[in-house]
Design a protein around this ligand. Structure first.
Ligand code: ZN
Length: 148
């Protein structure tokens, strides 16, 4: 199971990244290792607080990726496996299921709401990436929600 969050561009395995599937967990580990092998700079996301094996921050040409590959002994789910990515403009990009640098570069021209590509994109909310059609609609929805 995989869910893609339009606003974040995140690929979560299971529910919000929480899963009992070793297959899902290994897929995210493989994603991270492929990126590192492809030359991304990498470091522990939380400095000395958590090992890079569990929380890794990847950077390349202005792109930023956060990878969570946590195992839990006592939690409801055994694994936490998630990849989130942002383009050089700070907006979310859709993460390919299998690591693919070329696809990530193209993703800055992809609307995360309707999937149109290639298109000009602009910000919605914190880091949402929208095309010229979805942008105004999504911004209108947001202002309605904030008005409640
Ligand atoms: Zn769109």
């Amino acid at each position: 199971m995989e869910a893609i969050n339009a606003t974040q561009g995140t690929v979560s395995r299971g529910e919000w990244g929480f899963t009992d599937s070793i297959h899902d967990f290994n897929a995210v580990v493989a994603w991270r290792d492929a990126a590192i092998a492809d030359g991304w700079e990498h470091r522990p996301t939380y400095g000395t607080h958590e090992s890079e094996d569990r929380a890794c921050k990847l950077t390349r040409d202005g792109f930023v990726v956060n990878v969570l590959t946590r195992t839990h002994d006592k939690a409801k789910r055994r694994y936490e496996a998630q990849v989130s990515a942002w383009g050089p403009d700070g907006l979310a990009i859709r993460v390919p299921d299998i690591y693919d640098w070329h696809a990530m570069q193209n993703a800055v021209m992809r609307c995360n709401y309707c999937g149109a590509c290639p298109v000009e994109t602009s910000r919605v909310a914190f880091a949402g990436r929208a095309c010229g059609t979805c942008g105004p609609q999504e911004r209108a929805k947001l202002s309605r929600d904030w008005a409640k």
